[in-house]
Design a protein around this ligand. Structure first.
Ligand code: NI
Length: 169
């Protein structure tokens, strides 16, 4: 089922997600729906708060549905190690048409549970590293617009207000 993606400044996007304690059919349905929603939106990642569920769940697939082995489900994820810096363009499905360079760690190692509750670790660099940091930020109520410089943030907030006033947001 394709879920509705909420847009900034919907309150749920700024709230930290609740840790997941039950690894049941409801969770697996949420994960399946989140993948379907990501693909339908041509995205590479989606966090549960973006579909109105304030839970620490995110899905990532850099292949956009082409490589089953690229599907990543992260439940209760945390960054356990990071190093270096990268500064590349990002977008977010809750900010349609906004793309901006954001400073991130170059490499990360994360720890998370899969949809059955099993813990695993994963190391990543480049785009996957950026994507992991962006999605884990969502679970802490942190949005990429607040990782931009004040100048870029204000320009983009103005752009959003203009789109809102024109009924395009
Ligand atoms: Ni996002």
């Amino acid at each position: 089922m394709i879920l509705k993606i909420v847009k900034y400044p919907e309150a749920v996007l700024s709230q930290p997600g609740e840790p997941v304690t039950e690894f049941n059919a409801e969770l697996r349905k949420l994960v399946a729906d989140m993948f379907e929603t990501t693909y339908a939106s041509q995205g590479v990642g989606l966090a549960a708060p973006q579909v109105g569920a304030s839970k620490r769940v995110t899905v990532i697939d850099l292949s956009m549905g082409k490589e089953p082995k690229d599907k990543l489900v992260l439940v209760n994820p945390e960054i356990v190690f990071q190093e270096g810096k990268q500064y590349e363009e990002e977008g977010c499905l809750s900010f349609p048409d906004i793309r901006e360079k954001v400073a991130r760690a170059a490499k990360v190692r994360i720890r998370a549970q899969d949809e059955r509750g099993k813990w695993f670790e994963k190391a990543a660099d480049e785009l996957l590293s950026r994507c992991l940091q962006h999605e884990i930020d969502h679970l802490d109520g942190m949005l990429f617009i607040f990782r931009m410089s004040a100048l870029k943030r204000n320009l983009n907030l103005r752009k959003i207000r203009k789109m809102q006033s024109e009924g395009k947001w």
